[in-house]
Unconditional design. Structure first.
Length: 483
């Protein structure tokens, strides 16, 4: 976020708290207002509401070892329920504008890597086990200690990398950037639009949304991101009703026939904590849980630091407020996701959209969580926002997070190179975890080469060793005979 905006959003002398709710969430003391928190809560929800459609598609399209598939309606209910409950708990317990929902990437691992080896109950049991182990790491202080051991420039690089990553997600989700099919026999991995050129009404909605968003941001209009999402959704609905459009992607912007739909809680509680050990080898189970923990651990770390930095909530040492509680709630969300068969739930980087609207406290989570709760009954109405209308928010927030790059000393190679790799690897590999791992390994290596190994915190040595195993997981699996 630009310095001028930060000064506006965070006055040096905060006004006195208006009431007990204000005092509890520290709304005034953090330079926010109820209006900003509410707008931020709405913006975060509409930016991440796609998970209500995408998670059921990913999990529901896969079969377990016995050929069973999960019900799409039940998956939608479970996804919305866990997101609502854990987002509200994070708001009240962690007091950060950080929403939680089923983690993308993690759900794909569950669907396409774990489920084919065992039953769905066993696969979700591994998610519960992963969440419990993360909670243990939090209680022992290890997870928080790792975050505090990271040098401040690397934390800033993580934020910048996430900014580029979510902007890239926005471009891809909207279809502005697409992957070139392998049959094209080209070395260029992505292209403009679906054919090398922009075409179609959905792309036009996205482009107009980007222009509207950046125009409103440049004029410092309050509610810029939310105004853009709502406006372009209305435009999309009008276009969809008048033009012949083959597909909008996951969500079609049209007024639904039914506004209310009954939730189906049939998947809740369907998990087996240790059933996986009876379906496959113990070493396979250990490696699967290790992969889940590492991805969840560092994805969350990057997200928490990035969102807190963008909100201006890090202290002078770069520490996140209430970090212990925040990490414990995030671990509990993984447990809840597995217990509800919604896959592991985790902190969402799309929360940056709410921060971009001015959200600075957990009060915004009450709004976001409340909307997810409404989605249990109003899914047909609340899932009409197409990705093309929501994605411009990700592009705009990506810019805001990118501005932190100026705080990194690029003349100091021992931090500049790890920072660069952190920033570059995230969008290029479509993974926050990969970017953090690349940065950690480069930082440890360069410090060692320069004879400054003693300056590296022992926890960074340990984390880097784990990342070495993570990146070399294929030869490790071959070494232990895991298929």
């Amino acid at each position: 976020m630009p310095d001028t905006q930060k000064v506006t959003d965070r006055p040096s002398a905060a006004p006195p708290a208006a009431n007990s709710v204000d005092r509890f969430f520290k709304i005034s003391s953090r330079g926010s207002t109820f209006g900003r928190e509410i707008r931020g809560g709405f913006a975060t929800f509409f930016t991440m509401a796609y998970i209500l459609v995408l998670n059921p598609i990913i999990l529901g399209s896969a079969k377990d070892k016995f050929g069973h598939q999960l019900d799409a309606v039940q998956l939608t209910t479970a996804t919305a329920l866990v997101a609502a409950v854990m987002t509200i708990i994070m708001g009240v317990g962690g007091n950060l504008p950080l929403a939680l929902a089923a983690g993308l990437g993690l759900n794909a691992v569950v669907a396409f890597q774990i489920a084919p080896l065992m039953s769905w109950d066993d696969a979700m049991g591994l998610i519960v086990l992963e969440g419990l182990l993360i909670c243990v790491l939090v209680v022992t202080g290890l997870r928080e200690a790792v975050m505090h051991a990271i040098p401040q420039p690397l934390k800033q690089a993580i934020s910048v990398g996430i900014g580029l990553f979510i902007a890239f997600i926005g471009f891809v989700d909207a279809g502005f950037v697409t992957r070139i099919p392998d049959v094209a026999h080209t070395t260029v991995p992505v292209q403009l639009g679906g054919t090398g050129a922009l075409a179609g009404w959905p792309i036009l909605v996205f482009c107009l949304g980007v222009l509207l968003t950046i125009g409103l941001l440049a004029r410092k209009v309050k509610g810029a991101i939310l105004i853009s999402i709502v406006t372009m959704t209305i435009v999309a609905i009008i276009i969809n009703s008048t033009a012949d459009i083959k597909s909008w992607g996951l969500t079609t912007p049209k007024v639904p026939d039914d506004v209310v739909a009954s939730p189906d809680f049939g998947l809740l509680g369907h998990f087996s904590l240790f059933g996986a050990f009876g379906e496959t080898s113990a070493i396979t189970v250990v490696l699967l849980v290790f992969t889940l923990i590492l991805s969840d651990f560092f994805d969350t770390m990057g997200t928490v630091v990035g969102i807190s930095a963008e909100a201006g909530l890090l202290d002078e040492e770069g520490k996140v407020p209430n970090l212990g509680r925040v990490l414990l709630i995030d671990g509990a969300a993984a447990v809840a996701g597995g217990a509800a068969s919604a896959s592991s739930s985790t902190s969402y980087i799309e929360s940056a959209a709410g921060v971009g609207e001015g959200a600075r406290t957990g009060f915004a989570n009450l709004v976001t969580g409340g909307l997810f709760a409404l989605a249990l009954f109003l899914t047909p109405l609340l899932t009409i926002v197409p990705l093309q209308a929501a994605a411009p928010a990700l592009v705009a927030v990506g810019f805001l997070m990118m501005t932190q790059v100026k705080h990194i000393d690029w003349d100091k190679y021992e931090i500049a190179i790890p920072a660069f790799l952190t920033i570059a690897v995230m969008p290029f590999t479509y993974s926050i975890t990969n970017g953090i791992g690349a940065g950690f390994l480069a930082y440890v290596l360069i410090k060692t080469v320069l004879g400054k190994a003693k300056d590296v915190h022992w926890l960074l040595w340990g984390a880097s060793a784990l990342f070495l195993v993570y990146f070399a997981i294929d030869p490790v699996e071959q070494l232990f005979g895991v298929k």
